[in-house]
Write a protein that binds this ligand. Structure first.
Ligand code: ATP
Ligand code: MG
Length: 560
């Protein structure tokens, strides 16, 4: 699978135009600005590929900037995980920066705006301020503190900064227009008082900038040219521009460009709800393989390359939509088909006894070894030796005592192929006291070694198997959708109402000996069953990444 080049899109068009017109002297600089209050999810992967990928394509740079303006929710742990996840996805920030690096400069600029009569201290609480903001078609109400003189404002701002006032007692607001049709411009809050410990600046500050006051200015300080974000910031753009155009910037004025968020069916990207799943114990943690976090997908076995390829394929638009999760899985499957080693494992083992299997001179059952290709898609992956004997494990549902119509696998009197080994014919069954089949007896045809009959006779089914005396015990984790509804919360408004109570099944399974040597995190194909990722921490635990059937192709066929 070659690395795809993203299709042209409106963002690239904007950059190309800027380059032609020399807007930024041909420079392209972007940033990826997560708030370090949680783990990155699949939606962030889209933003990362756009921010880093676009800069890379135009020979520019992309910084990682942690938007750490909210001391109550942010932690170093999240900074570390964010950087690790970006690196895993295959991108490398030119620099690791924090909005808190600019707290001093932001404050100086706030004093500057106060001096210009463009910002004021409001002594009202946030409820009053938001009630006065008005609404669409409803004018706002001026704060009684709106026309304070610059000197009084400066004095109050300095005292806010010095810690003289209680949380919530005052804010600094930009003085723009309380009747502006865009609510974002109705005297937005620039600073609020928080007597909290900040994970980087400690107790240095007790006033913290809002996102809007911090973001564009941080972009300008760093020399960002194109500040790419998601559509919900669309209405904030005039404010972004207003701040920048009223400040003595050191360089060019960056521009904000918005694109549609990436969302998928059957999952969610709300950090708050994902946090609830972790807190409730619904999942095992942020890196549970059912989680849409990058950590979860990685543990699940999703290759970073497949995620990048998917993000490139869907392109970048300004239309919100939800992608089919099956489409992403199809990219995962395509990548794994090329890279994953094939192995045999039996998830629901049923004993198969070959009654005519020979014994050696000392009376021990003979053991044979077959040379099996590791990946038929890739000859360079070579072959491995797989042991075969007269006692085997087969998949319980590959046998039917009374075969239903169109069941072509094993039943008494029927011959099938054991993949790469022999043709075998079932002869009888052993049952327990409840009448459950506990073993199937069969005979093998020694003339069919390798799996083909010299007389050319055909069998309708080829089954995987594991030699019982050579098997290793593994644990397989089988996953279903975390949310049953395609659009979680569609019916009730609450996504968590659509949680699938049966999203995971843990089964003890039998596997060929080679799996004992699987590397932590390695993804293999269990023949006929799907792709499985070896857990990075727990040996011999395998997570089903995806099944083998391409459901996306079926969906596309149905959609014509
Ligand atoms: P929350 O509001 O839940 O904290 P957020 O969406 O604000 O999350 P951030 O971590 O602040 O997340 O976002 C970092 C960057 O990733 C932002 O530029 C944001 O626009 C982008 N981003 C977040 N979610 C998605 C998504 N689903 N699709 C595309 N980009 C996203
Ligand atoms: Mg956010």
């Amino acid at each position: 699978m070659t690395e795809p080049v993203a299709a042209n899109d409106f963002i690239r068009d904007i950059i190309r135009r800027d380059n032609e017109q020399g807007t930024y002297g041909g420079r392209v600089q972007t940033r990826f600005p997560p708030e370090p209050n949680g783990y990155l999810h699949i939606g962030h992967a889209k933003a990362i590929t756009v921010d880093f990928g676009t800069a890379e394509e135009f020979g520019g740079i992309c910084n990682l900037r942690l938007d750490d303006t909210n001391p109550d929710t942010e932690e170093t742990e999240f900074v570390d995980s964010i950087l690790a996840d970006i690196t895993w996805l295959g991108f490398h920030p030119a620099r690791l920066l924090h909005a808190s690096d600019y707290f001093e400069q932001l404050y100086q600029w706030a004093e500057y705006l106060v001096g210009q009569g463009l910002a004021y201290v409001d002594d009202q609480d946030t409820e009053t301020i938001s009630a006065q903001r008005g609404g669409f078609g409803r004018p706002g109400v001026d704060s009684p503190f709106r026309d304070r003189g610059a000197e009084e404002n400066l004095d109050l701002l300095r005292r806010m900064k010095a810690g003289e006032f209680a949380e919530g007692s005052r804010v600094l607001r930009a003085k723009i227009d309380m009747n502006h049709e865009n609510m974002a411009l109705r005297d937005p809050v620039m600073y609020r008082i928080r007597h909290s410990h900040h994970f980087r600046t400690g107790g240095d500050w007790c006033i913290y900038p809002t996102y809007d006051w911090a973001h564009g200015q941080s972009d300008a300080i760093e020399g960002v040219t194109h500040s790419i974000c998601t559509l919900e910031f669309d209405t904030h753009r005039p404010l972004y521009d207003w701040y920048l155009s009223h400040l003595p910037l050191p360089g060019d004025q960056p521009k904000q460009i918005e694109f549609a968020r990436l969302e998928f069916t059957h999952t969610i990207t709300s950090k708050r709800r994902l946090a609830k799943l972790v807190a409730d114990g619904t999942v095992d943690g942020w890196d549970d393989p059912r989680m849409p976090t990058l950590r979860g997908l990685r543990r699940r076995g999703y290759p970073a390359k497949a995620i990048r390829a998917f993000c490139a394929e869907i392109g970048t638009t300004r239309t919100n939509s939800r992608q089919n999760i099956e489409a992403l899985e199809s990219f995962v499957r395509r990548e794994l088909n090329a890279t994953a080693q094939r192995r045999m494992a039996v998830l629901h083992p049923l004993r198969l006894v070959l009654d005519n299997w020979p014994t050696d001179a000392s009376g021990e059952p003979v053991v044979e070894h077959f040379d099996v290709a590791n990946n038929p898609e890739n000859a360079e992956d070579g072959t491995r030796q797989v042991a075969f004997s007269g006692e085997l494990w087969i998949e319980a549902d590959d046998f039917a005592e009374v075969p239903p119509p169109k069941f072509f696998r094993l039943s008494v009197g029927r011959e099938v192929r054991l993949r790469g080994a022999y043709l075998v014919t079932a002869t009888s069954v052993d049952k327990d006291a409840d009448g459950t089949v506990v073993a199937v007896h069969a005979t093998y045809d020694p003339a069919t070694r390798g799996g083909d009959a010299p007389d050319g006779r055909k069998v309708k089914s080829t089954m995987h198997w594991v030699s019982a005396p050579h098997a290793v015990d593994i644990t397989a984790a089988l996953y279903e959708r975390l949310f049953t509804a395609a659009v979680p919360g569609d019916a009730t408004g609450e996504a968590l109402d659509d949680l699938n109570p049966n999203s995971r099944e843990i089964v003890p399974a039998k596997a060929e000996a080679a799996l004992a040597g699987a590397a932590p995190g390695e993804v293999v194909q269990f023949e006929r069953l799907g792709y499985f990722a070896h857990d990075p921490d727990q040996a011999l635990l395998f997570h089903r990444t995806v099944g083998l059937r391409d459901e996306w192709a079926a969906i596309q066929r149905r959609q014509g």
